[in-house]
Design a protein around this ligand. Structure first.
Ligand code: PLP
Length: 424
């Protein structure tokens, strides 16, 4: 299986090359050249999660990895539960937040970490990543204690929640965290500057492990199959996905392209509604990003959307029939948190937003699944404010909340960061 750079289709690489380089020529995204429907989907659905995921990933990766190696990666990466919870007769919650960072990004980050550790075989690599909260924790925990890999996470000082900071800044070992005395954009700028410094890239073996890495995307295909496997045989659900960079939606569409039975998908956004307006009007007209209750989705330039269009243009997916997108206001998100709570289900704001888009767009004959992308306790302050009661912390968060922050501090100055990166 080849991976092509969708901006420069003459560039074709293997899966390991796509993972190690991250981005192609001219900042182009890598994507599988072919998406061939699987045979025997019903038999696949009857398998356990690890066996099935190994087969799915083998299908997508090709012979660049052996089945044994892939199975090892899958077992180590996906070592936490993945419940499908019935919220009402027609509607189910797919809980993707039971991994170590309590967000669905664990699936992609942990699978990518396993792949990289294998592909690098002894070569020293430094993962440099900027985070506004969730990604930093998923990446740091995924690479923690991986031999040959150093991780440096930049984050805006005082602009991540105290609990988020505790999750990724207390690890030590091969994880270094830097509180930048500026905003998230400045952190991202520093990462970009570092990747422009080719001498630095070479010396450190830099890789950013960010959400455009194709390994992260492939990992996410697996849980869509698991959801259908748990539903009564023959069910073709409607999936609703809380969307920011549109990686999660892309993974669902890939799952469908290789044969997963589903009726359609809903991409739910907050007020940062570039995609719903685009699907309505055909015009790509991003507006300045605004802050909302669902801050992991405060994105107006979704960096995976070119892959969604690729699925339509090169792989023939009937996007107009398959995908709708709705913007949900903060008021409706708060209402959804309360409505779900009244049904006995505590959802974080991102998951509640996806439920809202689903429940207002589901026919009586349909079965819906909404993706729960973060543990409710991660957004405890919002939930306590909305529900007027206290929300308990899970044991994992309780534990880290006692630990000491190990971060360095730095102004947003590339020369200082460069020294820091080389010092070790
Ligand atoms: C990253 C994130 C999202 C958005 O996912 P995309 O794949 O970028 O669309 C949604 N919810 C939570 C909690 C997240 O951390």
């Amino acid at each position: 299986m080849q991976y092509i750079n969708i901006s420069h289709t003459e560039q074709k690489v293997t899966f390991p090359q796509a993972v190690v380089t991250g981005l192609g020529k001219g900042q182009g995204l890598f994507f599988p050249e072919q998406l061939v429907p699987l045979e025997g989907v019903q038999a696949l659905l009857e398998m356990d999660f690890v066996s099935r995921s190994t087969i799915l990933l083998q299908h997508l990766v090709g012979d660049a990895m052996t089945a044994d190696v892939l199975q090892g990666c899958v077992e180590k990466a996906f070592d936490f539960p993945l419940p499908l919870v019935a919220v009402s007769k027609q509607v189910h919650a797919l809980e993707l937040f039971h991994g170590p960072s309590l967000a669905f990004k664990d699936f992609g980050a942990r699978f990518m970490a396993q792949c990289l550790a294998g592909f690098n075989a002894g070569r020293q690599t430094t993962i440099l990543t900027a985070t506004s909260g969730d990604t930093g924790a998923a990446v740091a925990l995924a690479f923690y204690d991986q031999p040959g890999i150093d991780v440096v996470v930049l984050y805006p000082q005082g602009k991540v929640t105290p609990l988020q900071e505790k999750l990724f800044c207390t690890l030590g070992s091969n994880i270094r965290t830097v509180a930048i005395k500026d905003d998230f954009d400045a952190c991202q700028q520093l990462v970009k500057r570092s990747f422009d410094d080719l001498a630095l890239v070479k010396m450190l073996g830099l890789n950013s492990a960010n959400s455009i890495n194709v390994a992260r995307l492939l990992a996410q295909v697996c849980y869509y199959f698991e959801a259908v496997a748990r539903l009564p045989q023959g069910t073709e659900p409607v999936f609703s996905v809380p969307s920011g960079n549109f990686g999660n939606v892309t993974a669902g569409l890939i799952a469908h392209a290789i044969g997963l039975p589903m009726k359609r998908m809903i991409a739910a956004t907050n007020r940062n509604d570039t995609v719903p307006r685009f699907l309505d009007s055909g015009i790509w007209a991003p507006r300045p990003t605004v802050a909302t209750l669902t801050n992991a989705m405060d994105i107006s330039l979704p960096n995976n959307f070119p892959r969604v269009l690729e699925l339509e243009q090169r792989h023939g997916l009937p996007l107009r029939d398959l995908l709708t997108s709705f913007a949900i206001s903060d008021a409706d998100t708060s209402g959804a948190i309360r409505a779900l709570d009244a049904q006995g289900y505590l959802a974080d704001p991102h998951s509640a937003l996806a439920w809202k888009a689903l429940s207002t767009n589901l026919d009586e004959s349909e079965t819906g699944v909404f993706l729960c992308t973060a543990h409710p306790a991660k957004f405890r302050e919002t939930l306590e404010h909305t529900l007027k009661r206290s929300v308990p912390l899970p044991a994992a968060l309780e534990q880290v909340s006692e630990k000491e922050i190990l971060s360095s501090e730095m102004p947003a100055d590339f020369k200082l960061l460069r020294e820091f990166l080389l010092k070790k």
